[in-house]
Design a protein around this ligand. Structure first.
Ligand code: SAM
Length: 262
């Protein structure tokens, strides 16, 4: 069977088909497109079909493959963390846009860091910056450490287990950051009941629920964590599509706010 015809019986997007074919064959997506009329070896074809079967019943592709692209980085992803969203790349770009000296020794704080995607993407463009990644999930931080290692950023990354809804733990007492970035849980109580199956059945609920009105983390970040940012520092936040104005107000108009999802 040719790469073009393989998986044609499954209801997958072209993007997903390419992701799967690239993963099982070890070829880049560009090479798959180039070789699209070549025959695919049986073993590889069978692995592709197994993945397509799982995808077909709803499992997110990022969890099946165990890796996913974010901001040009290939990150390791497990069901312990949210799958990095394309929308969040916009937050990274908006924050980078505000950084005047890209070679400065910047300290970055990524709150509710999950896979580490936001902070690691910043590190990939800021060669002398260091990252402190904070999450309540030890499994998420372990993954963030693995991703730092894979990308060669280990010596620039520190992980700290902490509850962002509470006051910073002792290790932060003398800390100062030039950039605070966060995509915290922001789903409201009522939205939690109507989540898309693909999210509700597979992604960690602790990564989603942001309290009754979805804004608990923004209030806590403002109250407890924003004081750790230097006076001309950058605060960049992602929130739900209907929360943008409220989150801007919580931060007195002094944060970059990217409202996404919906
Ligand atoms: C929406 S996910 C975002 C992950 C990552 N920043 C991203 O953009 O893909 C939120 C993260 O917050 C973490 N989290 C949930 N409650 C927390 C808390 N009280 N303190 C710190 N982190 C928390 C979850 O473990 C999850 O990794």
């Amino acid at each position: 069977v040719t790469y073009r015809d393989l998986l044609s019986e499954y209801n997958l997007s072209r993007f997903e088909r390419l992701e799967i074919l690239s993963f099982v064959s070890g070829k880049s997506k560009a090479d798959i497109i180039r070789d699209i009329i070549e025959n695919c070896p049986d073993g590889i074809a069978n692995r592709a079909r197994e993945i397509a079967e799982r995808r077909q019943v709803g499992e997110p592709l990022a969890y099946i493959l165990g890796e996913w692209d974010f901001y040009g980085l290939r990150l390791k992803i497990t069901p312990d963390v949210l799958i990095p969203r394309v929308d969040s790349e916009e937050l990274v770009s908006a924050v980078l846009d505000k950084v005047i000296d890209k070679n400065a020794e910047l300290e970055i704080l990524d709150l509710c860091s999950g896979s580490g995607c936001l902070g690691l993407a910043l590190l990939s463009k800021l060669p002398n910056a260091s990252l402190t990644a904070v999450d309540i999930s030890e499994a998420a931080l372990e993954l963030a450490r693995q991703n730092s290692e894979i990308l060669g950023f280990s010596d620039r990354v520190k992980t700290i287990t902490a509850d962002v809804l509470r006051l910073p733990v002792e290790r932060f007492f003398n800390a100062q950051f030039s950039i605070l970035i966060s995509n915290p849980p922001y789903v409201t109580a009522s939205e939690m009941k109507n989540l898309d199956r693909s999210v509700a059945d597979y992604e960690p609920h602790i990564a989603l629920f942001g309290g009754e009105d979805g804004l608990d983390f923004y209030r806590a970040i403002k109250k407890h964590w924003s004081a750790l940012v230097v006076h001309d520092g950058i605060i960049g936040l992602e929130c739900g599509f209907a929360q943008g104005e409220t989150v801007k107000k919580i931060f007195d108009g002094k944060a970059i706010v990217i409202a996404t999802g919906g």
